[in-house]
Structure formats: structure tokens, C-alpha cells
Design a protein around this ligand. Structure first.
Ligand code: OGA
Ligand code: NI
Length: 327
């Protein structure tokens, strides 16, 4: 199981310069979405602009308590500290497994990232597959997952409204959609080296909501073609849009390319929650966003089609799944 296209060819990224975030990272106060209509409209517009101009933003006042966030990071961190044999029980090359543990390495020896990926919605269906160690894992990760899913649905409504489709557009498909939690552990950066933990890619799905224990995420700024360091204030969640959003919006919103770098001083935990339609539900361009000037730019596909594409190794041919959908 995997969540991302992982296939933006490195050479497409002309610059490797790292800049501080300019323009400033949009910070959306989610609590304002439930205030009077004028305030909601303003926030919907802010979200629409962030999606259109950048493809990423951050949310505060999202309703997930600091203790729920801290405990989820702690549970993840405890999981990665377990003996290798315990973690290896979840190791598999089969990307359709409900829980999958693995490591990736750039030089074949030292891991640059260790991950645990599992589905999280509906919890009653998936939690029984999750690790039982550490003993807090299921409860703490379950609370965090449920909170993040609520935030994702709220954001999706606002984004659909911003696209002029109305907040209830394809409501049932989003309600019944899947959630994939990708829990990452990055080691400390080796002395004197500058290392990438996770290569540039875009995520499949509509939205990714990310919580991390410290900085390390970088997003590609499309206008300047440079990497921007993402600073995440303690209580904020980082959000970026994925391939399905680009498809549904007929390219009005572009998927966000991002990567993770290793830190000198400390290991890093991150949790990327990916939200999409159910496994076999097709995502297609919204017909309302198609006309003679703007013909349909993408073919329809499901999450299952995406997994099939990954397994067929077609992405090794340097075409991302999203590129394969272009008409
Ligand atoms: C991912 C991802 C970024 C990070 O898991 O898809 O992009 O900072 N993670 O760990
Ligand atoms: Ni990603």
C-alpha cells in the first residue's frame, strides 16, 4: 500500500535552492468556517486562493487538542523504537496489505526513512490490523485519525464551495472515502552530509494533512521553482492538495510537490493522513468545470487503479500516475 505518486523526476526540478517561506505560509483559522456567512465566505476565499496559488497552507483552531496530537506522535515514536523483529511482522512488498512497514534507503545500507502505512477509515474496519505494541498505539492513533478526518471533510467542503461546486458536491463519496495514514520516521542526518529522507513527489488523494515532530518538510514553490522550508507552529497542521484534487478541479488546483529532508540534530516523526474516495470509486473531472474553452483534461480513475499502476512499475518509466491520466 502506498499513497503517493513518488515520481516527479528529479531533473524536472531545476533549482535545489532552499528559501524561507515567501510569500508567507497561509494560516487558516478553521474555527471561522462556522461563524456568520460573511466570515465563512472570507475563509473559503482564503482557502481557494491558497489552493490555487500554492497548493498548500496550514490550519489552526482545527479542534484537535494538543494532547491528542502529542500522544499520536509519541505512539508513533514508541512503535519505531520497538525491536526490529516486532516491526518486521508488518513488512511486506504487497502494497494492498492493510498495514505495511518498510524502510527506504538511498545508498542501500542506511535507511533514510522508515514507515508504517495503514488505512484509518472506517476505524472499526481497520483498527484490528494496527500494531498492538506499543499498547497505546491503537487508542492514541485512533483519536488522532478521527480528528484529522473531521478536519479533512470540513476543508473539502470549503474547497468545493470555493470551486463553485457547492459544499455538498459528491458528499456521499467523500463521506464514504478512504483515509490512509502514513507514519514516517526519519533518522538524524549523518555528520557533514545533506540528505533527502523522502524524494520529491505528489500525494495521490484529494488532501494530505500532516503533523510532524520538527521541521523537515519542503514544498516546491511553482512560481520560483525553489524549495521552501515548511515551519509548522506547534498546534498547526500542514495541508496540501493531491492528484485527485487536480483531476476533479480540471487543473484549476495543482497537486503540491514536496519532499522531506533529514535534520542534523534530531530524528523526526511525521504523520501524513491522505484522504480520497473509496477504493473502487472513480474520481473524474467535475462536469461543471468543463466547457469549450476548458475541455476535460484528465481521465477518470480510482485509488485501486492508482495502486495497480504502482504495482505495474509503470512509474519507474518516469511518468507519474497523474501524468498518465492526462487526456
Ligand atoms: C508522505 C510525505 C512528508 C514528511 O508521507 O507522503 O510527503 O514530512 N511526508 O514526512
Ligand atoms: Ni507526500
Amino acid at each position: 500500500m502506498s499513497c503517493d505518486s513518488r515520481s516527479t523526476p528529479q531533473e524536472q526540478l531545476r533549482s535545489d535552492k532552499v528559501h524561507p517561506p515567501v510569500p508567507p505560509m497561509p494560516v487558516i483559522n478553521l474555527g471561522h468556517l462556522t461563524l456568520e456567512p460573511e466570515t465563512r465566505s472570507r475563509v473559503v476565499e482564503d482557502i481557494a486562493n491558497a489552493c490555487h496559488d500554492l497548493g498548500y497552507f496550514q490550519v489552526i483552531n482545527h479542534g484537535i487538542s494538543q494532547s491528542v496530537m502529542d500522544r499520536a506522535v509519541e505512539a508513533a515514536s514508541e512503535f519505531f523504537k520497538l525491536p526490529s523483529e516486532t516491526k518486521q511482522e508488518f513488512a511486506s512488498d504487497d502494497i494492498r496489505r492493510p498495514v505495511r512497514y518498510g524502510t527506504s534507503s538511498k545508498d542501500g545500507t542506511r535507511p533514510s526513512r522508515t514507515f508504517l502505512k495503514h488505512y484509518a477509515h472506517p476505524l472499526s474496519e481497520w483498527m484490528k490490523y494496527w500494531p498492538e505494541k506499543p499498547p497505546t498505539y491503537r487508542e492514541d492513533m485512533g483519536k488522532f485519525s478521527a480528528g484529522v478526518r473531521r478536519v479533512a471533510l470540513e476543508l473539502m467542503e470549503a474547497i468545493l464551495e470555493g470551486l463553485g461546486l457547492g459544499k455538498h458536491y459528491q458528499h456521499e463519496e467523500f463521506e464514504n472515502g478512504l483515509q490512509l495514514l502514513q507514519v514516517n520516521c526519519y533518522p538524524k542526518e549523518p555528520e557533514g552530509e545533506s540528505a533527502i529522507g523522502l524524494a520529491p513527489h505528489s500525494d495521490h488523494g484529494f488532501l494530505t494533512i500532516l503533523l510532524a515532530s520538527c521541521p523537515g518538510l519542503e514544498v516546491l514553490d511553482r512560481s520560483s521553482d525553489t524549495w521552501r522550508v515548511v515551519q509548522q507552529p506547534r498546534h498547526a497542521l500542514h495541508v496540501h492538495v493531491g492528484d485527485c484534487m487536480e483531476v476533479l478541479s480540471n487543473g484549476r488546483v495543482k497537486t503540491a510537490v514536496h519532499r522531506a529532508v533529514l535534520n542534523h540534530g534530531e530524528a523526526r516523526i511525521s504523520m501524513a493522513s491522505i484522504h480520497s474516495f473509496a477504493m473502487h470509486e472513480k474520481v473524474s473531472v467535475a462536469k461543471e468545470l468543463v466547457d469549450e474553452q476548458d475541455p476535460e483534461k484528465y481521465k477518470e480513475s480510482s485509488f485501486s487503479d492508482f495502486l495497480d499502476y504502482l504495482m505495474s512499475n509503470a512509474d519507474k518509466k518516469r511518468m507519474s500516475f497523474l501524468e498518465s491520466l492526462r487526456t
